[in-house]
Design a protein. Sequence first.
Lengths: 236, 99
Amino acid sequence: MKSKFLRGMSHGIPICLGYLSVSFGLGILAVNKAGLSVFQASVISALNLTSAGQKAGIDVIAAGGAIIEMILLQLTINIRYSLMALSLSQKLDKCFTTPHRLLASYGITDEIFAVCSAQKAPLTPAYMYGMIFISAAGWIIGTALGAAAGELLPASVSMAMEIVLYGMFIAIVIPPAKKQHGVLFVAVIAAALSVMFRYALPVVSEGFAIIISAIAASMLAALIFPVKDVEEGAAT
Amino acid sequence: MSLAVYIVVMAGVTYLIRMIPFTFFRKKIKSRFFRSFLYYIPYAVLSAMTIPAIFYTTHNMWTAAAGTAVALLLAFLEMPLIVVALAASGAAFLLSLFM
């Protein structure tokens, strides 16, 4: 139990470092744009644990927008977590009972999902709690520091820090893509669609662009490269 | 509208989106197509999130490209996640010192 928690924590260290820098910017935004206090900004980060959703939410607060707008925005931006939760639900260990699911679902973020789905073994609550704990700590502390101090880090350092999360994503996708045509295919198609949305259809929001690109690419890959039983056992 | 209402609504919607499928979906999926789809979704989401966004991270296309190249190379060599992630950041930082 304890060792699984620690294992989850150690796997969450890159996430924590990335979150520290990203949430730092959110903290600055919350104070400067919406006039929130350090405490209020930190509470938002603690309750939401999501970058794009929080940024959009802070924009709505700053503009004094309608509650329905807040609901629709959060749904649109965060609906990808439903897909991730569904995917993760397929590889949970038997000891993942309902109370554990209610708790751990709080921490399904892009990055935690990414690291969890790369695990070969079934996911245990302790492992996920360890990862969520250190990641959320980084997220909340980063927000508080950003809100409190404006700019603690020199710009060159904080800018370089922004790439940390994406470096981690690359490290997750490339090794299986070397061995499985389906993974290589899905990664290339999803990237191509995402580039197309960015430059040819900029009206589509980033959240929607990611959802459409990922679903279309995965459906194509599932048709052309259906997974065999061995791979299903290892990764779904 | 009070701030607390905004925060509660925002957090509530975000939590439900994560919680409902995670908690109430218990069956093992039988359809081979759907299982394949769920197998590929993580890689597709990560790839779509990374490209082209990674090239805008450092606010300089060249340092971001250097970080991306280092990440791709080390990932191809199957280095641990933390090594790949920090090396990408380190490469972008080092190059930014010369620009």
